[in-house]
Design a protein around this ligand. Structure first.
Ligand code: ATP
Ligand code: MG
Length: 492
């Protein structure tokens, strides 16, 4: 008896062989359903997931529909069913083709029953692993609400609305926006809302690869097309057949690659590198870039004709800092996700933290916000997440004098506080020296320190001499004052 009893769908038109295999696998503990026609098998596989077999064993030549059609039907359903193809002795070509189309394994006829059993066991293990991964992913993404687009600002709503209206068509879409604004998320939404949703969603990052590798990635190559091309490789355009190809960072393609991509868009056909056969493909393109393509065109770096092919529908995602209170909605949404993931309930952001979130310019947009919230969720010790839990990247801001200063917020109050703290640190917390640095009177600085709630152990309270007494209004060193004591950090 096998350790992995499986549901096996066997498709074989030769009755004797069908019975023989069904009996052997049945004896090994598997539950076998045997069919003699390809079209029946295709229909059976589209019945729905609960009924899906773990493994399909199919002959290639069958009445009704051939083995490759059975293979495709198995690949199309969500069940991750592994397919073992039986091929006539010596027909390596067909076996290779079947593997290329996603078969898990093949056996040559005449079929050795022992050998078949071993392969079935391997296939079942494979199927179960894939299902496990799929379920874990779905669970994780449901927990994190990863696929939901959060935000209510008119600028975002307009972009989402456009994406939803563009989705059902075949039109090419160009998504633009700064890094981390959700371009990939929108591309996924377009695919999911299209009639191709069941087809593949294939992503290529055009900026990640040097020119020749990118071309082989996109178009595939024949064996020996270049040094190192030891095997034929199927490109992304071929893989995305019937689905959507997401060309990410499309602004980073070399002129030669741009010309080739343009050709595929115009004619829906291409060659593998080093190949002569013309291949046809049916893909919908969604492209994305954070570059200004208009500027790239005027500098001669991007082809204008390709631009017009890509930007049939243009969707611009506004930066997070232009989405008003969306930043708070997103932060709360992300926080809930992390709290669930960490199994650690949290009460939310404090008012002061919300002010910081709102004031930060978010150069890394939603991705940066995500990182900040993830860290804060992990590190926060209080009941609520406070400003001290938010580690924001300083943004270099050019000053009038041409230097740059790093700011984590544009809020005047925050900036003022940072500058006062920096001056105090620089002058060893001697208020007189800090006031000189700041170009304000001692009195004024003392007043500001009080208002900002800054304290330091070297400032004694209520001393007669006026050498740096505690400012009026500054709290003494109780546990509450602790939170505003950040002069030890180098964050500014
Ligand atoms: N409106 C949104 N609601 C929820 N999550 C979002 C939203 N926008 C972006 N995200 C999340 O932020 C992260 C970054 O988004 P995405 O990868 O789509 O950005 P991008 O524009 O493709 O960035 P890059 O240009 O750096 O590739 C992802 O985890 C994504 O799920
Ligand atoms: Mg992206």
């Amino acid at each position: 008896m096998t350790a992995f009893p499986a549901r096996v769908l066997l498709v074989e038109d030769n009755e004797a062989l069908r019975r023989g295999i069904a009996m052997a696998l049945g004896d090994a503990g598997h539950e076998v359903e045997a069919l003699s026609r390809g079209d029946r098998a295709v229909a059976r596989l589209s019945e729905g997931e609960g009924l899906a077999p773990d493994v399909v064993i199919t002959d290639l030549r069958l009445p009704g529909a051939d083995g490759l059609a059975v293979l495709r039907a198995a690949r199309q359903c969500e069940s991750r069913t592994a397919v073992i193809v039986m091929t006539a002795f010596g027909s390596v070509e067909t076996a290779v083709e079947a593997m290329r189309q996603g078969a898990f394994d093949f056996v040559e006829k005449p079929v050795g029953l022992d050998q078949l059993e071993v392969r079935v066991t391997r296939a079942v293990e494979h199927t179960r692993l894939l299902r496990e991964v799929r379920d874990l992913r779905a669970e994780r993404s449901a927990r994190l609400g990863a696929d939901r687009i959060v935000g209510e600002s008119p600028a975002l709503a307009a972009a989402v609305d456009l994406a939803e209206r563009a989705a059902p068509s075949r039109s090419t879409v160009l998504v633009t926006g700064e890094t981390g604004t959700g371009k990939e998320l929108i591309a996924g939404l377009i695919h999911a809302g299209s009639p191709r949703a069941d087809g593949p969603f294939v992503k290529v990052n055009c900026a990640a690869l040097p020119e020749t590798l990118l071309e082989s990635e996109l178009f595939g190559h024949e064996r020996g097309a270049f040094t190192g091309a030891e095997r034929t490789r199927v490109g992304r355009f071929e893989q995305a057949d019937g689905g959507t190809l997401f060309l990410d960072e499309v602004g980073d393609m070399s002129p030669a690659t741009q010309a080739k991509v343009l050709r595929v868009l115009q004619e829906q056909e291409f060659h593998r590198l080093g190949g002569t056969t013309t291949l046809h493909t049916d893909v919908r393109i969604v492209a994305a870039t954070n570059h200004d393509l208009q500027a790239a065109i005027s500098q001669g770096l991007f082809r204008e004709d390709l631009y017009f092919r890509l930007a049939v529908i243009g969707i611009h995602l506004p930066p997070l800092r232009e989405r008003g209170d969306d930043v708070l909605l997103l932060a709360e949404h992300l926080r809930e996700g992390f709290a669930r993931e960490l199994g650690r309930p949290s009460a939310g952001f404090s008012r002061a933290a919300e002010r910081c979130l709102r004031a930060h310019p978010w150069p890394g947009n939603v991705r940066e916000l995500r990182n900040v919230v993830e860290r804060a969720s992990l590190m926060a010790e209080g009941e609520r997440i406070g400003p001290e839990d938010l580690v924001l990247t300083p943004v270099p801001v050019p000053t009038e004098a041409g230097r740059e200063i790093g700011l984590t917020s544009f809020s005047l109050a925050d900036v003022e506080r940072e500058v006062v703290l920096a001056a105090l640190r620089r002058s060893g917390f001697v208020q007189k020296a800090a006031a000189d640095l700041l170009g304000v009177s001692r009195r004024k600085l003392n007043y500001m320190i009080g208002k900002m709630g800054i304290t330091h152990p070297s400032w004694r309270r209520n001393r007669g001499d006026d050498e740096d007494e505690a400012p009026d209004g500054a709290e003494s060193m109780g546990p509450d004052a602790e939170a505003s004591l950040d002069f030890g950090s180098d964050a500014s």
